[in-house]
Ligand binder design. Structure first.
Ligand code: PRP
Length: 428
């Protein structure tokens, strides 16, 4: 029976095309269980992406995990017989983004053994060809880094020496990630070298139709989408854009509108909540945005920081009621804050046990009413502290507004974005 390709879903078609590409180059399919002993990940934490692992005990009481990664299992099982192994796989992995677990579909390949330059070039070529297959006519960009780990959130830390990442126009995050991982092989006591990559198919779900609309806007749209934080910082930031030649007069009119554009200058501005700017940029709805470095530190958004705009300067501080000494205080320290991650990592470095009380505002009230011992918060003029009989105890970091960019936007709109950065830098 002839099977028509039309009945295949987009994912299945892509899958088929990638697999036939890899088998043409002599790669063999590799199948594995979605369960793996938890120990494998516990012992190789240094090589794992950040985030929790879904674990459970099997019928014999052994601690098992839903596999967060495929390469580790392949390396563990690879027989060290000197032969070159060329494998490809199509598997789901289970990863946490800090909020929930996600099942991600990956197609990937690995080349393990005595590698020569030709093997490495072949893998790089296959990475580019995989991107082209998946992109279906959209522009692609493969970044290759030599002897460098430009590490990113969610990146696999086992890649070293050579790493590469693939982007497709209209997809806000990298869709391909790969590199050499000889060190991981060493860790398992195996000889030779290894190189491979994975294509994240779940990121392509929204690309199945003709991509005339991306993120709600027309694809042909040459506009630069800019997220600004609502409020005083955003107004200052807009002034910088305006004075650098990216004005949008409509924005100064009294209104409740949230989106403004000036098609002569190819700019579109959105006013968003300050803590949400980096989310809009990370997800690619905005190409660039302005956000406080405190927010970036707290949420570790996967974006590029392009410029320090030198506005919104303040400090992240530990503060307490006058005369309170946190170091001499022997009980668990109760810390009130809007920034639980910053507070946690600050006290973790000091080896201090704390109880975090997450609040959404008026943090200084917490010690006064006995809800907390100290606060971790922004201090700008210091007035709020003084007027509430408090004082700074310890500086955690300086804070200022940063110009950030979506990683994929930066690949495809880099001329426009670099041009804007140059104009802003001139003005600063
Ligand atoms: C911030 C911060 C401090 C205050 C510090 O609060 O949380 O409370 O500003 O500024 P100062 O040093 O100049 O006095 P924000 O105004 O954002 O309000 P919130 O407390 O409701 O978050």
């Amino acid at each position: 029976m002839e099977v028509s390709k039309d009945i295949l879903s987009y994912d299945e078609q892509i899958n088929l095309e990638l697999r036939s590409l890899y088998s043409q180059f002599g790669y063999k399919p590799y199948k594995m269980s979605r369960f793996e002993e938890y120990e494998l990940y516990a012992e190789n934490k240094a090589f794992m992406p950040s985030g929790d692992i879904l674990a459970f005990t099997d019928v014999s009481g052994k601690l098992m995990a839903l596999r967060p990664d495929v390469t580790l299992s392949i390396v563990k099982n690879a027989i060290d017989d000197g032969n070159l192994k060329k494998l490809y796989y199509n598997e789901n992995v289970y990863r946490s983004n800090g909020i929930e677990y996600k099942e991600q579909m990956q197609v990937g390949l690995e080349c393990i053994g005595e590698l020569d330059a030709e093997n490495v070039n072949e893998v790089l070529k296959l990475a580019q060809q995989s991107l082209d297959i998946v992109a279906k006519g959209r522009r692609t960009h493969l970044d290759v880094y030599h002897n460098g780990n430009e590490t990113e959130k969610n990146d696999l830390t086992y890649y070293s020496d050579l790493t590469f990442r693939g982007y497709i126009e209209g997809v806000p995050a990298k869709v391909l990630s790969g590199g050499r991982y000889d060190e991981l092989l060493r860790k398992f006591g195996k000889s030779g070298g290894a190189i491979g990559f994975a294509v994240y198919l779940n990121l392509l779900e929204n690309l199945d139709q003709e991509a005339t609309v991306i993120n709600g806007f027309e694809r042909e749209d040459a506009m630069l989408n800019i997220a600004l934080p609502k409020g005083r910082l955003g107004e200052k930031a807009y002034e910088i854009f305006e004075e650098s030649g990216y004005e949008c007069p409509e924005i100064n009119e009294e209104s409740r509108k949230l989106v403004f554009e000036n098609s002569d200058k190819n700019v579109r501005y959105f006013w968003v909540k300050p803590t949400d700017v980096a989310v809009y940029v990370e997800r690619g709805v905005a190409d660039i945005g302005v956000v406080g470095s405190d927010i970036l530190l707290e949420y570790s958004n996967d974006v590029y920081q392009l410029l320090d705009l030198g506005i919104g300067k303040c400090t992240m501080q530990v503060a307490a009621e006058k005369g309170f000494h946190q170091d001499g205080f022997e009980k668990t320290l109760r810390v009130a804050t809007k920034f639980p991650n910053i507070a946690r990592s600050h006290y973790l470095n000091k080896g201090r046990e704390i109880d975090i009380i997450k609040l959404n505002g008026s943090i200084e009230l917490a010690p006064l009413l006995g809800l907390a011992d100290v606060v971790v918060d922004i201090v700008e003029t210091g007035k709020t502290l003084i007027e509430n009989n408090m004082e700074p105890v310890e500086k955690i970091s300086d804070v200022s507004a940063r110009l950030i960019s979506n990683k994929a936007s930066y690949k495809f709109k880099h001329e426009v974005i670099d041009g804007l950065c140059a104009k802003i830098t001139e003005r600063l």
